[in-house]
Design a protein around this ligand. Structure first.
Ligand SMILES: NC(=O)c1ccc[n+]([C@@H]2O[C@H](COP(=O)([O-])OP(=O)(O)OC[C@H]3O[C@@H](n4cnc5c(N)ncnc54)[C@H](O)[C@@H]3O)[C@@H](O)[C@H]2O)c1
Length: 239
């Protein structure tokens, strides 16, 4: 298999924000795109799935195979943030955030992997977070989970490189999505989006399409020598 043969792409979290832009972009690139999300998706072949539930993930992957054939590209964009002082953080909240942001990646990669191994070609892209560069107060669970995703990415790249599969992470920073707007509304950003733009070197908020363009490149044949990398897309906010 090669990207030229229009592989099947699975995008988790593709019903909103960054995942949605990725699903749109990969569709425009000519891939067959399936979306696994808790919410119904307007993009691609949509399946209602909680990525933290392995049985649901496996069932959805099988449905995707039946519809489009083997999975060649997996983008893990499903995510949930949270803002709680660590001392007040319940283990239930900790666990749910880890379940979605980290364990969801485990389930989706393991579920899709046999197709890529069989084809000796694959692309895995994990959407982590720019908060992993420096940490973030009141987001210990989220930053811990996303940091683990970066580590998982590096380890998988070493293990899967010989099988023709690249694995990279994109930690987005300050991207205009429902997640960011909700955080602004709940006064969790330490200022408004406009305040942050003034402190962002490129002087604008990021767009979901910025992440989608990076994803599109990482899926391409031209990116075949790039693996195990954490590729920041953040307007220069983190260097
Ligand atoms: N927006 C930003 O600035 C920013 C910054 C850093 C990281 N991120 C990460 O980028 C990714 C996309 O975020 P976004 O800003 O587009 O947020 P968003 O809230 O717009 O989209 C997230 C999507 O994930 C889905 N989702 C949540 N839990 C799920 C689950 N258990 N199973 C399946 N789907 C689930 C939601 O239904 C939603 O469609 C997330 O992983 C997020 O952590 C975003």
């Amino acid at each position: 298999m090669s990207a030229a043969q229009a592989p099947t792409a699975v995008v988790t979290g593709g019903a909103s924000g960054i995942g949605r832009a990725i699903a749109q972009r990969l569709t425009a690139d000519g891939l067959n795109v399936a979306v696994l999300d808790l919410s119904p998706s307007e993009e691609g072949f949509g399946l209602t799935v909680d990525v933290a539930e392995r049985a649901q993930v496996d069932k959805a992957m099988d449905a995707v195979r039946e519809r489009f054939g083997p999975v060649g590209v997996l983008v893990n964009a499903a995510g949930k943030d949270g803002f709680t002082r660590f001392a007040d953080l319940s283990f239930t909240d900790w666990q749910r955030v880890v379940d979605i942001n980290l364990n969801g990646v485990f389930h989706c990669v393991q579920s899709a992997l046999p197709d890529m191994v069989h084809a000796r070609w694959g692309r895995i892209i994990n959407i982590s977070s720019s908060s992993t560069h420096s940490g973030q107060p009141f987001m210990a669970h989220y930053v811990a989970a996303k940091s683990a995703v970066n580590g998982l990415t590096k380890s998988l790249a070493l293990e899967l490189g010989p099988k023709g599969i690249t694995v990279n992470a994109i930690p987005p920073g300050f991207i205009d999505t429902p997640m960011l707007r909700t955080a602004e509304r709940e006064q969790q950003l330490g200022g408004t989006i406009e305040d942050h733009i003034a402190r962002t070197p490129v002087r604008r908020v990021g767009r979901p399409e910025d992440i989608a363009a990076t994803c599109s490149f990482l899926v391409s044949e031209e990116a075949g020598y790039i693996t195990g990398q954490i590729i920041g897309v953040n307007g220069g906010r983190n260097t």
